[in-house]
Design a protein. Structure first.
Length: 421
């Protein structure tokens, strides 16, 4: 059984300049934020709201609205976002429940049923929704393996550059059995996460989830969005994407047959990807990395370079949702090669296995999507997935009349933007 828990006991210090009410009652789109969240999760029958006993305004709001299926759990003292979960021990039969926990200062639209299916499939103790954002250095980030299991959390503040852009959203599911181990003392959620790191899985989402805990973020959402727009990002609805080849499109290629550095960017890359993010396309990288199979590059080094690339792009207001890469190569005979990776696979372009994986994982509208590459194998992969193809011709490969060609990524993205208007 899935129950909803809204954490509303925060002090809301950052919003004190705007309101003297509890921060989860801050008005947005004509309603208090708490009301939006109760509407968003109205189909969950059992709901709990954890607040401080001094937050009388929240109690009055609940009473005025006559919400009958929400139970208030009062804290006598502030226990933090981790310690607050101790209050769930008051819930009858809590050990046999799963709790969908939502920070009260979030505005979001999430297909929580799909998220819950993910949680049950992995038999996770804790599942967390994560997504890229454009302020990674003041966010809690996470590194995961290919099975979506947590390798490591990077809690703010950050000093490293290779920490990626996958940020914790403030929405998670926790198995009720873990609640028993939470003590009645002030603690942060990160302590609970680190204690259970071996049993935590990350659910990647492209849905809209925004923390409204600062005046600036609240202003941006109020001025640029609407509830209808926020709901349009829900996983139930298909959205368009721009698939990007990496080498020769995002970064320069070297003259050798070895791997290419994703941080060796073209001058036009950052401006191009900023525009692509602004016009609301999902950005996904699809790249062949056969240097791994050839023994020229290992997984750890590639992942570290990708994480540094993702941190850099996020700091430049760019959202890249995922990098899919193929480590295989069909031909043998390379010194130091990894034999287990010398195979014919469906993920190496010109095959389209990675594109189809991305379409399924993010529910992408292929008819409105584009693939930008620089080689005929990119064209063939896009064609198999019935996605429009644009080619970057840097002069390294011969011009092919099958598709539109552009001198760099920026010109290609400008073409996509003009095609929308």
């Amino acid at each position: 059984m899935l129950s909803l828990v809204i954490l509303g006991g925060g002090k809301g210090i950052r919003l004190k300049k705007l309101t003297n009410r509890s921060k989860i009652l801050v008005p947005i789109f004509g309603k208090p934020l708490l009301e939006h969240n109760l509407i968003e999760y109205k189909k969950i029958k059992e709901k709990f709201l954890i607040i401080n006993h001094k937050q009388v305004d929240i109690k009055e709001f609940i009473k005025k609205k006559s919400y009958k299926n929400i139970k208030i759990l009062n804290e006598k003292k502030h226990l933090g976002d981790g310690g607050a979960l101790y209050n769930l021990q008051k819930v009858k039969n809590y050990k046999n429940k799963d709790f969908l926990v939502v920070y009260g200062d979030l505005i979001s639209s999430v297909d929580y049923k799909k998220f819950y299916e993910f949680h049950k499939k992995h038999k996770a103790k804790i599942s967390i929704i994560a997504h890229p954002n454009t302020h990674p250095l003041d966010s809690d980030l996470v590194d995961i393996d290919h099975k979506n299991k947590v390798n490591r959390f990077y809690f703010k503040p950050h000093k490293k550059k290779n920490i990626g852009n996958l940020a914790l959203s403030g929405i998670y599911i926790i198995n009720g059995k873990l609640i028993e181990n939470i003590s009645n003392k002030k603690q942060k959620l990160k302590n609970i996460l680190n204690q259970n790191i071996k049993d935590i899985y990350i659910y990647r989402s492209r849905e809209y989830i925004k923390d409204l805990g600062t005046p600036e973020r609240l202003r941006i959402v109020r001025s640029k969005l609407s509830i209808k727009k926020i709901k349009s990002y829900n996983f139930k609805y298909k959205i368009p994407a721009i698939f990007l080849d990496r080498d020769g499109v995002i970064n320069k290629e070297n003259d050798s047959d070895n791997f290419h550095n994703p941080l060796n960017l073209f001058k036009t890359t950052i401006p191009a990807l900023k525009i692509a993010t602004k016009i609301k396309y999902l950005l996904i990288v699809i790249t062949n990395q056969s240097a791994i199979a050839k023994g020229q590059l290992n997984f750890k080094k590639l992942n570290n370079m990708h994480k540094e690339f993702l941190t850099l792009t996020s700091q430049n207001m760019i959202k890249i949702y995922k990098i899919y890469f193929c480590p295989h190569h069909p031909n043998k005979g390379f010194k130091g090669e990894i034999k287990s990776l010398k195979i014919n696979c469906n993920c190496r372009k010109p095959n389209n296995g990675l594109i189809e994986d991305a379409i399924k994982e993010f529910n992408i509208n292929r008819k409105k999507s584009y693939f930008i590459g620089n080689h005929e194998r990119d064209f063939l992969a896009a064609k198999k997935s019935k996605i429009k193809y644009l080619n970057i011709n840097s002069g390294k490969y011969k011009k092919i009349d099958k598709y539109k060609e552009f001198k760099n990524l920026l010109v290609a993205i400008e073409y996509i933007r003009s095609s929308r208007s």
